[in-house]
Design a protein around this ligand. Sequence first.
Ligand code: KG4
Ligand code: ZN
Length: 339
Amino acid sequence: MVTTILGIESSCDDTSASVIRDGYMLSNVIANQEVHKAYGGVVPELASRAHQQNIIPVVDRALRLAGVDKSEIDGLAFTRGPGLLGSLLVGTSFAKGFALYNNIPLIEVNHLQAHVLAHFIKEKDTDNQQPDFPFLCLLVSGGHTQIILVKNYFDMEIIGQTIDDAAGEAFDKCAKTMGLPYPGGPWVDKYAKEGNPQAYKFTKPRIANLDYSYSGFKTAFLYFIRDNIKEHPDFIKENMNDLCASIQFTIIDILIDKLKLAIKQTDVNQVAIAGGVSANSGLRNAITQLGQELNLKVFIPEFKFTTDNAAMIAIAGYYKFLEKEFVGQEVIPLARMPF
Ligand code: KG4
Ligand code: ZN
C-alpha cells in the first residue's frame, strides 16, 4: 500500500503545496509574495490576502505536477503554527475543508519541527542521505535561532535559543541599515563573497549556556554606520562588500561558537542546519569546516528546502500518518506553538 500526503504551508509569506508519496517528493510548488518588498518587511494583512488568492492554484498545480488525483491523497498535513495568525488561518481553513470533503485525516504540523524534518525528504535519483538519531540541528530562520537535540522524528528538545533577535533578523536589519532590499540576508550573502570578513570587527555577545543574542550586535552596527556616515557620506557605498562580509562573519561566528559548545555538551557527532539562513554560503562553508575539524557528519539542506516550503510539511505529515496522529475539525491555528 502506498501512502500519499498533501502538505500545505502558509505560516508567513509563502503559499506552498507539496505531494509526498512514501517519503518521496513528487511536487513542491511555492508562490512567493512580492507585495511585501515595497514595505521592507512582511505585512500580515497583505500576506493573508495573498494566501487566499494563491492557495487553490498552488494546490492544483502541486497535484498536477505530481500526477496525482485528489482521490489518491491519504492524509492532509498543514502548518498549524507558529506563524502569522491571518496567514495560518488560510492554510488551516483550506486543509479542514479539503480533508472534510475528501474524507481523509487531517494532520497538524509544527513549522519548526518541519524545517528540521526537511532532512528526511527523499527524491528520485539522489543519494538521499539522512541523519541518524540523535543529531543536533541548528535551526536559523527569520524568526528563530535554536539549537535542537533531535532524538526522534517528533522528540525534539530545544537546548539553546535566541533571547532576542533571530540570526535572519540580524541579517535583514543590518541590510536595511545599509539600504538593501528586504529580505536582506541573500543580498548580504551576495556582496560578502567579494569582501574581507576581517575588515570590521564587532564584539560578540556574552550570553550564558547555549543561548544566543543578536540585538546588541544589530544596535552596535547601526551606531557604527551612523558614525561613519557622518564623516564619509559614501561610506556604505564604498565599503559594501567588506561591510557585508564582516556582518556575515560575525553572525556565523556567534552561531558556530554555541554549536561547538552544544556538540561538546551532548557528545553528538551528527549536525544539521535548517531554515532560511541555512542557505547562506558562509554558514554552509563554516559548518562543513566544523565537520572536518571535529570529525562530524554534517547535513546541509538543498537550497529549495532551506526557506519555507510545503514538502517539509508533507514529510512531517507522512511520519505522523504512519503513527496515526490525526486531529479533528475543531483544530485552530496557533501563532505560538510549542514543540
Ligand atoms: O525560514 P525562512 O524562509 O522564514 C522564516 O520562517 O523566517 O527564513 C527567512 C530568513 C530571512 O531572514 C532571510 O534574510 C534569510 O532567511 N535568508 C538568508 C539567506 N537566504 C535567506 N540569510 C542569509 N543568507 C542567505 N543566503
Ligand atoms: Zn520557516
